[in-house]
Design a binder for this molecule. Structure first.
Ligand code: AMP
Length: 190
């Protein structure tokens, strides 16, 4: 099975490009943010807990997030030839848990695809998205906090994946088609 981590700051285009990957390759797509927003919508206990973190732009604790991911992955695995991890891992402990979880299933991360977008453009995109997304965290103050969290907790994963020989960096600024072509060039070599 092909397991792809799509990586980048909030607003880097992970969700948009994941949709295109799903369409072309028929892979399953796990967006941990979407999973959590689904729980919030359903009003579950998990949703209530997640909402406290999401609305502040903070990360949900690693152990909880890893349990959620494992159960979603196991639900999709039987029927998929590939899987895109979108929004996970976001910390080094999550990446280590992902490796362990996959190894226990005789799987591994096939590639980490990193979308690079300048900070100013990220803010512009997220503020623009906030006009229609209805997301509680797409406002300027929370966007700032999410970018701080990204730089502090998530960006160290770039070196971590590089050391594992899995990192493929792509220029995430420009036409969606060109970015998608670059992504496909990575996937087609796996
Ligand atoms: P996203 O839709 O990926 O931008 O995620 C929105 C929010 O959900 C994040 O700001 C976090 O509060 C939470 N979240 C999503 N994925 C994770 C994760 N892997 N670890 C911790 N928190 C997460």
């Amino acid at each position: 099975m092909i397991n792809i981590v799509i990586f980048g700051a909030p607003g880097s285009g992970k969700g948009t490009q994941s949709e295109r990957i799903v369409e072309k390759y028929g892979f399953a797509h796990i967006s941990t943010g979407d999973v959590l927003r689904g729980e919030i919508k359903k009003g579950t206990e998990l949703g209530k807990l997640a909402n406290d973190y999401i609305s502040k732009g903070q990360l949900i604790p690693d152990s909880l997030m890893t349990d959620i991911l494992a159960s979603v992955y196991d639900g999709l695995r039987a029927t998929s030839k590939g899987c895109i991890f979108d929004g996970f891992p976001r910390t080094i402990p999550q990446a280590e848990s992902l490796n362990k979880l996959l190894a226990e299933r005789n799987e591994e991360v096939s590639a980490m695809i990193e979308l690079n977008v300048p900070e100013k453009e990220l803010v512009t995109r997220l503020v623009e998205r906030g006009k229609t997304s209805g997301r509680a965290d797409d406002n300027e103050e929370t966007i700032k906090q999410r970018l701080n969290v990204y730089h502090g907790q998530t960006a160290p994963l770039i070196d971590w994946f590089e050391q594992q020989g899995k990192r493929h960096a792509i220029d995430g600024l420009g036409s969606m088609d060109r970015i998608f072509d670059d992504i496909c060039a990575v996937i087609d070599k796996l």
